[in-house]
Ligand binder design. Structure first.
Ligand code: MRU
Length: 373
């Protein structure tokens, strides 16, 4: 998608130096566009852990490139043990997004049959990381194609005049993926198809990915939007101001339970209470086929309490400030994600089509996963 009319992806191989990976450092958006260069696998781990980059698909792609960078420093002694340890360290960076495990395992699997002292190891991991990134672009594009049909149908049925109002939470946009986004891809496709769209952007405390990132990427791509505080969304839904909710996910169970940024569950409850369709957009790399009970089996990341206690932004003088908003000694809890049970979800928008949030629905689209119990 575009930044100041120029096409960007969120991660890329430096065209002038194949030993460098470059990413947009999302911590400074929307105020500053900073590009960071990652040259060691440890840089990738830090970028994921400290959220220079974030969003489930981008976390996966960054970890895949991390495995490649590790292969560039492969020791002569015990190279396999070294790469396995790097994989473990990357896996420990963030616990909830399953794309991380998916990408790291895929990288290890590409090495099957290759001797670890083979000089082709790094090239193999680079090609596979590029494949993961390119596949994500195509997957998100397809999510947009399928989601567009849904938005066209809802717009055709809309009783009132005015734009199609879509509510989203956090950032499941192109910044969270490699391009297009998951929840935003149907929106970008709808706008291109001539549907007047308007997006309610929920700010997403504590880190404000909605206010900082989604609002910015929509603005850069010419999509009408309005930022609201998280707690306002129930009011919007009660007053018929939302035609459809679309959010992303970090891990979806084989039965259709969805872990996503904290606050998603409350939106789903309010959407259910007001008969408003609630969809989750996801690449199949976000489905954890090994688990079926989201509440019991998904590990919810707990981050530092300072993210709750402080907010950052620029003052009128253009200076960035971080300010404390609680009594200094009040404890704060920071649960990063919550789980929305499948019963509250109208459907899942995937690269293979739209299905009910259920095991039957998912297996209809992904029959090859039937063998995994
Ligand atoms: O903590 P974050 O910013 O990584 O959380 C991101 C989300 O919750 C997104 O909705 C999710 O990763 C889907 S991204 C397509």
């Amino acid at each position: 998608m575009k930044i100041q009319n120029q096409h960007y992806c969120s991660i890329w191989l430096n065209p002038h130096n194949r030993q460098q990976i470059q990413v947009i450092d999302q911590r400074f958006l929307p105020h500053q566009l900073e590009i960071k260069t990652l040259t060691r696998w440890q840089d990738c781990a830090t970028a994921i852990q400290d959220m220079w980059i974030r969003g489930a698909p981008l976390i996966g792609a960054t970890a895949a490139f991390g495995m490649y960078l590790a292969a560039l420093q492969l020791p002569a002694q015990q190279p396999e043990a070294y790469l396995q340890q790097v994989a473990q360290n990357l896996l420990a960076t963030r616990p909830t997004a399953v794309n991380l495990r998916w990408a790291v395992e895929r990288q290890l699997n590409t090495l099957t049959g290759l001797a670890y002292n083979n000089p082709l190891i790094a090239d193999t991991l680079l090609n596979s990381a590029l494949e993961i990134a390119n596949e994500d672009v195509e997957t998100c594009r397809l999510i947009g194609v399928h989601g567009l049909q849904l938005l066209q149908a809802i717009y055709a049925r809309k009783a009132t005049t005015g734009p199609l109002n879509i509510l989203t939470h956090c950032n499941a946009g192109w910044l969270a993926c490699v391009d297009w986004g998951t929840a935003t891809s149907p929106i970008y496709h709808a706008a291109r198809a001539g549907i007047p769209v308007h997006v309610w952007v929920s700010e997403t405390r504590p880190r404000n990915q909605g206010a900082n990132l989604t609002a910015w990427e929509l603005a850069q791509n010419g999509i009408a939007h309005t930022v609201v505080v998280d707690n306002c969304c129930g009011h919007l839904l009660q007053h018929g101001m939302v035609d459809i909710c679309i959010v992303g996910t970090d891990r979806t169970t084989r039965t259709g339970d969805v872990a996503n940024k904290t606050g998603t569950y409350l939106k789903a409850l309010a959407a259910h209470d007001n008969n408003t369709p609630f969809y989750v957009a996801l690449p199949s790399s976000t489905i954890d086929w090994q688990i079926s009970d989201g509440l019991k089996e998904i590990i919810i990341e707990q981050r530092h309490s300072d993210e709750v206690k402080y907010v950052g932004g620029i003052s009128n003088s253009g200076q960035y400030h971080r300010v404390l908003i609680t009594p200094p000694n009040s404890p704060a809890a920071n649960y990063g994600f919550d789980v929305t049970p499948a019963r509250l979800i109208t459907g899942l928008i995937t690269e293979r089509g739209v299905c009910p949030a259920s095991q039957e629905g998912l297996l209809q689209l992904f029959p090859e996963m039937n063998r995994i119990q």
